[in-house]
Design a protein around this ligand. Sequence first.
Ligand code: HAM
Length: 434
Amino acid sequence: MSETASLRAVKGMNDILPGASEPHFDSAVWQHLFDVCGAHLGAHGFHQVLLPCVEETALFARGIGQETDIVSKEMYSFTDRGGRALTLRPEGTAGAVRAYIEHNLGKTEPLQRWWYGGPMFRAERPQKGRYRQFYQIGAELFGSASPTADAELLLLLWQLCQRLELTDLRVAVNTVGDRESRDGYRAQLRTFLAAHQGGLCPSCVRRTQTNPLRVLDCKESGCRDIIADAPDILTALTGASRQHFERVCELCAALGVPLQRAPRLVRGLDYYTGTIFEFVTGGLGAQDAVLGGGRYDDLVAEMGGPPTPAIGFAAGVERLALLCRQALDAAGGPALYLIPMTGSEETALRLASGLRERGHRIEVDVGEPRLKRQMRRADRLRARSALVLGEMELASGRGKLKELASAREIDVALDAAAVDEVLRTIQARKPNHG
Ligand code: HAM
């Protein structure tokens, strides 16, 4: 075999292409999700930021926490030619905080709403819904400690899921409280875990001392059984932390966001303080978290910035794509596939331009001029209709627009206004039903 014959994408890293057989690898589904999420976040005052995919390794070690799975075993880290220790970003929050501090935004306008979309990298065991390069759409709101911000974000996310017509969703919430609450809870948890050391996995025996909250996140069945009886953090909350969490729950209840308290939810990153949440689905097997996030009021200061409360979330685009039937429909093909025969190319390009100005997606065939193949291409692209422009059509100024689902032919004048009207009638019908 030649060297080039064996070149393949890296395991767990996928090509997202047009017309892929699975929705989570179909670029049109991707486009739809970015459009809907971007517009929804924009309507809430979030501005898009584009941040580097590579950062200094120390940023993630400090930001996410040395004891987390992400930092301890999942990062793609390397030394570049200049001897710098760098890492492909495993998530977006640490980089966003770095940028917020580096550009001194706390001084000019601490309240900032950012959203981002792009690839993240984690060396996890790949399976459906879990990849080594995956995409997140996320947002960070800097500069507000108010429970109103938490409630607004949860409402935004609940409404986004409704807009994407995601069903079978559970909104799991918890709080990890402020520093004082967590210190108290850690002490309680250590005492509890120390009494159950025999049943814990070796990592959790170590974590009992180093970072007992991480034990609540362990996937080992022995540890899970023990954790089920662990004390609830609510018993360790300070008055301020309790009030904050109660206000978030109260606002969400009033606004119709169906929160479900998940007392063992801690999330896999160490920067959280206060409210944390995950939107969990029954439709994805083991990879059941569609999105997750929470407050991280101490992180900006811990990374060297001015004390700045913050809250954010990130959703997995592959997981959204797997769940979002609507995105699959949106991945449909052009409204019209225009097929010019020799001599009618100019008319075809002019008609296509006029129709695009009227908001339609039009593709003009520029392949080999063999009608059977051209019609097959229209089918493959999932075009709603096709129109052949030959000598006869040019001479008469009329053509037969074929609705592909029903094979019905509609006689139409070859001007943009007339074709536009026909396309709108077809569009109003349900896809794939004549
Ligand atoms: P996270 O829970 O690690 O949070 O990731 C957020 C989402 O990314 C998950 O709910 C999941 O949908 C998706 N995801 C994570 N790992 C993978 C993977 N290997 N393959 C496919 N999808 C995956 C964060 O990353 C935080 N930065 C969220 C945040 C923002 N918290 C505050 N602000």
